[in-house]
Design a protein around this ligand. Structure first.
Ligand SMILES: Nc1ncnc2c1ncn2[C@@H]1O[C@H](COP(=O)(O)OP(=O)(O)OP(=O)(O)O)[C@@H](O)[C@H]1O
Length: 253
C-alpha cells in the first residue's frame, strides 16, 4: 500500500496510484501568429517523475497550462487517465500569484483541502492540525499567522508546497519550483517531490537547472516549440539533443 504524509505528516494511504498521462499531436497557442508548441506527443507513465527542459520560450509553461485546462489545445488530445482535472495539483510560477490577497499563511495552505471539503466548509480541528503539520513539513509552521504579502520568495514557495501536500493530488504539475530560492530550500523541496514519487504519484516539473534534472528526475522531455527528445534523462540531455533544441528554438522564434 502506498502511503502519504499529506494528512498532517502521519502516514495515510493513497488508494490509487498516479494516472498515466497521454498527449497526442498537441498544438498549443494563444490565438495569434505561430503556435507556441506544435505536434507534441508524449506519455507519462503512472507514478513517473519527469522534468520538462528547453530554452526560454520553448513552450514548457504552455504545455503545463494545457494539462491544467487553462489553455484549450488548438489541435490534438490530452488524456489524463480518467483523472478529474480539478483534482490535479498545480504549482504556478510565483509571478502568477496575487500576493496582495489579504489572507494568512495557514488560510492559503488550507485551500489545498478545498477539493475534499468544499470552499465554504469550516476547517475543523483535525484539518487545522493537518494544515499546521503540512506547514511544519516544509519548515514554516512558525509563520502560520503571517499575511502572505509578508513572505520572502523562498517562504512563499514552501507555502505553495504545503498547499500541495494538503491537496493530496495523484497528478502534480510544478512550474519552475526552484526559481529564485536558495539551495537549502531547493534541497528540502526536492525531498518533498521525491516523497511524492515514492508514494506513486505522477509528477511533472518544468526546470531550468539541468544538473538538478540529472540528479533527481529519472525521465525528461526536451522541447523547443516541438518535442526534441523524450525518455530516460541520461539519454534525453546530451550535447547533441541540447544543440538541436537550441537550433530548433532559434528557428521557431
Ligand atoms: N499569455 C500569452 N499570450 C501570448 N503568448 C504567450 C503567452 N504566454 C506565453 N506566450 C508565448 O508562448 C511561447 C512559449 O512560452 P512559454 O511561457 O510556454 O515558454 P517557456 O518554455 O515556459 O519559457 P521560459 O523558460 O522563458 O519560462 C513564447 O513565445 C511566449 O512568448
Amino acid at each position: 500500500m502506498m502511503m502519504s504524509p499529506a494528512a498532517g505528516g502521519r502516514l495515510s494511504p493513497i488508494s490509487v496510484p498516479g494516472p498515466q498521462v497521454v498527449c497526442t499531436d498537441l498544438t498549443l497557442g494563444y490565438g495569434s501568429g505561430r503556435p507556441a508548441v506544435e505536434g507534441v506527443s508524449l506519455t507519462l507513465a503512472s507514478g513517473s517523475l519527469t522534468a520538462i527542459a528547453g530554452p526560454n520560450g520553448a513552450g514548457k509553461s504552455t504545455l503545463l497550462k494545457a494539462l491544467t485546462g487553462q489553455l484549450t489545445p488548438e489541435a490534438g488530445r490530452i488524456d489524463l487517465g480518467g483523472l478529474d482535472r480539478r483534482a490535479l495539483g498545480y504549482l504556478p510560477q510565483q509571478t502568477e500569484i496575487d500576493r496582495s490577497f489579504p489572507i494568512c499563511v495557514a488560510e492559503m495552505a488550507a485551500m489545498g483541502l478545498w477539493q475534499r471539503l468544499g470552499p465554504f466548509r469550516a476547517i475543523g480541528r483535525r484539518q487545522g492540525a493537518a494544515v499546521l503539520q503540512a506547514l511544519a513539513t516544509v519548515g514554516i509552521a512558525d509563520l502560520a499567522d503571517r499575511p502572505i504579502a509578508a513572505l520572502s520568495g523562498g517562504q512563499m514557495q514552501r507555502l505553495l508546497f504545503a498547499r500541495l501536500l494538503l491537496q493530496d493530488a495523484r497528478l502534480i504539475l510544478l512550474d519552475e519550483p526552484f526559481a529564485a530560492i536558495d539551495e537549502a530550500t531547493a534541497a528540502e523541496l526536492i525531498g518533498v517531490i521525491r516523497g511524492w514519487h515514492e508514494e506513486g504519484r505522477t509528477v511533472l516539473a518544468v526546470l531550468h537547472d539541468l544538473d538538478a534534472i540529472r540528479a533527481h528526475f529519472p525521465d525528461c522531455l526536451l522541447i523547443a516549440g516541438r518535442m526534441i527528445a523524450a525518455g530516460p534523462t541520461h539519454r534525453v540531455l546530451t550535447a547533441e539533443t541540447l544543440g538541436r533544441a537550441r537550433l530548433a528554438q532559434a528557428r521557431h522564434s
